[in-house]
Design a binder for this molecule. Sequence first.
Ligand code: TYM
Length: 330
Amino acid sequence: MQTVVSGIRPTGNLHLGNYFGAIRNFVRMQESNHCYFFIADYHSLTTHPTPADLHGNIRMVLSEFLASGLDPEKATLYVQSDLPEVAELYLLLNMNAYLGELMRCTSFKEKARTQPENVNAGLLTYPSLMAADIIIHKAHFVPVGKDQEQHLEMTRTFAKRFNRMYGVEYFPEPQAYNFGDALVKIPGLDGTGKMGKSEGEGNAIFLADPPEVIRKKVMRAVTDAGPQAGQEKSQAVENLFTLLKVMSKQETVDFFEDQYLKGSIRYGDLKKQLAEDIIAYTAPIREKILAIAGDDAYLASVTRLGADRARESASRTIREVREIIGFKAF
Ligand code: TYM
């Protein structure tokens, strides 16, 4: 059986990018693997949430995990900060993580550019914390979206470096994974890049959005002036088609592709259909989120069970790593 690990930062509600890049894979993989899925709350501290926001966000993401079909009996579901072993492995990995490679990381450069007032050490060492999350359970596969590819490459670098340094074959080299397919990037509605929480109001559709909000956001999505003979689709329209491919039936996609080719497409019709298909998909999940988020007793039992199981695996790794490094009892 393969070991699978992945996490999501609690920075607000989960959107369709998180769902199709990560969660849907979690749900599929839990059936036949050893799975550890966690809420990356240590990671979220890089942006300095208030204590109330932090707790509320963790509750939300946990409820969204469960509402999406993650089963705490099949997969180990836990909160990252319930595992102090992760912080220890992070410290140990940082001793062999070099400033140059950390500074070259795309996500660090991006953050340093967009938030120059808060370029903290946690941001710089984000990849070593992420590597600690993954290799603490000696993972083989990490279901993530395309944006995490470089972080996975760094995880492999740190794992290999540890093995080489101590002459052991201890950590496997984990691979980024998308169920039977290439890693995905779900686009947002603003006509530019990926769907993301920080990409501006209206760009992301959240699993917990009510139908009227979904309709409003989709109807406002950026398009263009219409098909131009002999020209490729604009980025904005390409994005809408990508969403349609993910959310709608093949015949719906074929219908609008055909209309586009003929030059008779009405973007308003495409958007209406897309909005209804998104609503059909998310409405049952949303209902469950609302029911679960208020159930403190259930959430407490899930996190307790998850922490116990995850710590069993993590403490074994830490014990062995300490031994390999040379921390030995007298
Ligand atoms: P985060 O919290 O930004 O995103 C969680 C997951 O959602 C995926 N994702 C997307 N996939 C496709 N299209 C999109 N538009 C899109 N937006 C987000 C991300 O690829 C990710 O899989 N560093 C991680 C969290 C993390 C982690 C880990 C992941 C911490 N430790 C260990 C895996 C293993 C992050 O910030 O993801």
